[in-house]
Design a protein around this ligand. Sequence first.
Ligand code: NAP
Length: 495
Amino acid sequence: MTVTPDYDAIIVGAGFGGMGAAIQLNRLGITNLVILEREDDLGGTWHVNRYPGLAVDIASVTYSYSFEPNPYWSRLFAPGAELKRYAEHVADKYRLRRHMRFGTVVDGATWDDRAQAWTVRVRGGERLTARYLVTATGFLSQPRMPDIAGIDTFTGKVIHSTAWDDGYDLTGRRAAVIGTGATAVQLVPEVASQVAELTVYQRTPIWVTPKLDGPIPRPLQRLFARVPLAQRIARLLNTAALEAIMVTGVLHYRHAQLMNRGAERLARAHLRRQIRDPELRRKLTPDYSFGCKRPTFSNDYFPTFNKPNVHLETTPIDHVEPTAIVTTDGRRTEIDTLLLATGFNLWDVNFPAIEITGRESRDLGSWWRANRFQAYEGVTIPYFPNLISLNSPYSYSGLSYFTTIEAQMRHMARLFGELRRRDVTTFEVKQAANDDFLAKMRARLGDSVFELGSCSTARSYYFNQHGEPALLRPTSTLNARRAAATFPVTDYAYA
Ligand code: NAP
């Protein structure tokens, strides 16, 4: 006798990925679902991150669902708080809150072959079952705490960028920022304007290009509201520009090195214009190819280092003491505030973010590590029936995460449509289809900056522990979109 599971679907994660999946499942008539979220509210990244200076760095007209445009973005690159409000708006409009359970940490999930369903283990002992499991746990969701000797002995204030303490007053502090990724690029100028002294500890510099930002005037917002086509055209133009950068500058490096070099020249000119001191400029100039690591956009990051109270430290940190950071040359810098812009751990703990056990007790994390990181179309994996894994290897397509989300929504529509057509409830991608997809991705990477550029010093999270750039899907977003709507349904086995 088959037991009916508690839910048709369990979605893990209430960020934009999880919400997109829920919208799609609802559209497909799958409404008995629950979204389990470890945080105390929805929005994922845009709920967790609220450090000063937080803003989107992909233009907002593109960084949003195409089916839910927001005509009222205040700037070309909206501040983080607006993204959070947009997430709330989407949840309300698409009636997603009724599905959400907050403060619910999922430890793992196991496929039950007999019941043809997933059993999901919630911290605290609760067990939930569902026909389908959708993991939407994000890529950048496990903060990286730096493994620096003595850091635990520091007696001042420590704040990671993902756990900003709004009540902490930076005025007059002697602060340090560790890290110079996209987060630091936004955070450093804000912190510098408040503290007495700021030292920025840089291990690897980042390519920074100008940010063409500015407020969106009210009349234009009203035009976007009244004539949605106008905003759609703006989106199309911006998306096309991003696509050109990504495809030609990064993915087709072999044939379009000039584009890549052009981007690098733009970043160098930006730095030259903003920093006069040649030694400081040298320190801020990356020695790896543009695109090996995610570049960023800012007009006020470099000029911050011209301020007398801001120091760039490139000598490696040796250890931390109760009131200071000591570099390997023995220099001590007294601080009372330690700000960690040290990013996220992707490959050790995030693939997958929870323990997932499939058919024949296959453990997804161990299997990915023992074999190559892989997932068919960046969505499904053999031996893991009825699992939609949104944050998989080769899933991230293009520069705006919404391109990925929407391609995956299309994939779900086609797959679940086929289930309905066949009047069955179980799917599993075939090994051969998975292998073929992996081979295609690997072959395409051969033309990319990741394989042909000079990436060894980039320390980029695009690369996994085996040195493979297995995060980004090395195709155009158009290709991803098309594939999601046209993949052979026979690539799956059904039961
Ligand atoms: P990140 O790019 O991974 O940067 C982390 C920084 O911390 C790096 O400079 C890293 O140096 C440094 N670091 C880590 N551990 C260290 C240690 N033990 N000692 C010294 N330095 C250490 O992380 P992120 O800046 O948070 O950005 C992550 C991603 O989030 C971005 O790439 C972007 O995709 C996204 N993001 C987006 C926005 C936006 O759109 N608005 C804003 C912020 C972030 P190494 O490079 O040498 O490892």
